[in-house]
Design a protein around this ligand. Structure first.
Ligand SMILES: [Zn+2]
Length: 428
């Protein structure tokens, strides 16, 4: 500026009440230099009213330094010009904080200038102006954090994208102040979540339009769609769901749908889970029943086994004919439908040859009947036949020795004699 410099008394100069500066900062150093060399750079002052356009800090420092007057360049400025000059001056010196810049740009916009016009007047890019202006949309906490330097300007620029959600912005400001460098990612995720929620809402509306009877709002909880209390999702396997195929459930009066807040997938929902039996409880009851049956079966088998051993032990301790007969009687009483031809062990015990003689007119079973009747003619013979079949029936597999070995029981000689008069079972 090639204008004349005029010395003006500091008391006569006035400060604009629309100063954009947050604070003057430390002016002691400036005051000290003024004491020794005076004010090197003149203040820019509007003639009308001696309003300081540029030089607020210098004026304060001059007062502190005890100077009577300061060098000034006088000019006539409209308010718009005054703020433009101030902006240019400060931008050149890079002495404004981002928010102070934002407020300067806002003043100029208030005069009706477009961001492009503001940019060209103060000599910065339009996007610079737009970005700075956007900072003013941030909630106060975020603006303060920018000014204090705890929030980086790049982080603040990210937060601008979600400025319409001050609660979230404040949360992310706190996180950034705590040292997080993920602001950009957090904002990105918030925006994506918002998009998803929007898509889900749209899907819900669409479904309502299509005439879905009930559309239940679902909440996204750790990637899971969660219905409100008293309502359940329908899924054949999922824990806590009404376990049914969606197509099947859709036919019921408790049918409803919900939209997955994350994927916008349409999910079958049950609005009356009480109408369904609890499949988990049913399964547990069935398990319990099966367990009890198994226990009962085992106990039955154990009793039967014990029963048989008791018979043999009784016979061993007191091998009277009565006991042997009792064993036979009980064994045969269980043998409804028993056929002689099945009793190979019994026949072996009795020493009966099952081979039918060549040329005989009898068939095999007739021949067996004949031989058995022959043996059973005497009371002792009848006893032998009966007991042999009892043993066969009771321990249908293998020979008598093996059976007794497995039972851990050695019958006394007397018993063996009854059963094996020809010595079966006494050999090795
Ligand atoms: Zn249902």
């Amino acid at each position: 500026m090639q204008q004349a410099i005029t010395m003006i008394a500091v008391g006569k100069l006035k400060l604009a009440d629309d100063n954009v500066r947050d604070e003057l900062g430390d002016i002691a150093e400036l005051a000290a230099s003024m004491k020794s060399v005076g004010v090197l750079e003149p203040l820019i002052v509007r003639e009308d009213g001696l309003l300081v356009v540029c030089g607020t800090r210098r004026l304060h420092a001059a007062k502190d330094a005890g100077l009577k007057d300061v060098p000034c360049i006088l000019g006539s400025f409209t308010d718009e010009e005054r703020i433009t000059v101030m902006a240019v001056e400060n931008l050149q010196r890079q002495s404004l904080s981002p928010l102070e810049e934002a407020r300067v740009f806002q003043r100029l916009s208030d005069f009706g200038l477009t961001t492009r016009q503001v940019a060209s007047r103060v000599g910065v890019s339009q996007s610079w102006v737009v970005k700075r202006l956007a900072l003013l949309k941030l909630p106060e906490a975020a603006q303060k954090a920018v000014t204090s330097g705890t929030l980086e300007i790049s982080q603040a620029n990210e937060l601008v994208k979600i400025a319409d959600d001050p609660t979230l912005v404040e949360k992310l400001v706190k996180k950034a102040e705590g040292g997080s460098k993920h602001t950009s990612l957090d904002v990105q995720q918030a925006l994506e979540a918002r998009d998803r929620a929007k898509a889900a809402k749209e899907k819900e509306k669409e479904l309502e339009k299509e005439g879905e009877k009930t559309v239940v709002p679902l909440v996204d909880e750790f990637y899971k769609a969660v219905p409100p209390a008293g309502i359940k999702l329908v899924h054949p396997q999922a824990f806590g769901a009404v376990r049914m195929l969606a197509e099947e459930h859709a036919k019921l009066p408790c049918h409803a749908v919900g939209v997955h807040p994350r994927t916008a997938e349409v999910l079958e929902v049950c609005i009356n889970p009480g109408a369904h039996p609890d499949p988990e409880k049913e399964r547990q009851a069935e398990d319990e029943k099966r367990k009890q049956q198994l226990v009962a079966q085992k106990e039955q088998a154990r009793l039967e086994h014990q029963h048989r051993i008791d018979f043999l032990k009784a016979a061993a301790v007191k091998p009277s004919k009565e006991i042997v007969l009792d064993v036979c009687y009980r064994a045969l009483a269980e043998d409804t439908g028993y056929s002689y031809s099945d009793g190979s062990v019994a026949l072996a015990l009795l020493g009966i040859d099952t081979e039918v003689e060549e040329g005989s007119e009898l068939d095999e079973s007739d021949e067996l009947e004949r031989q058995l009747n022959e043996l059973a003619k005497t009371p002792a013979g009848r006893l032998r036949v009966t007991f042999a079949f009892a043993v066969d029936r009771l321990y249908g597999q293998g020979n008598l020795e093996t059976v007794l070995d497995e039972l851990g029981y050695t019958p006394p000689k007397a018993v063996l004699e009854v059963v094996t008069p020809t010595g079966v079972g006494s050999g090795g």
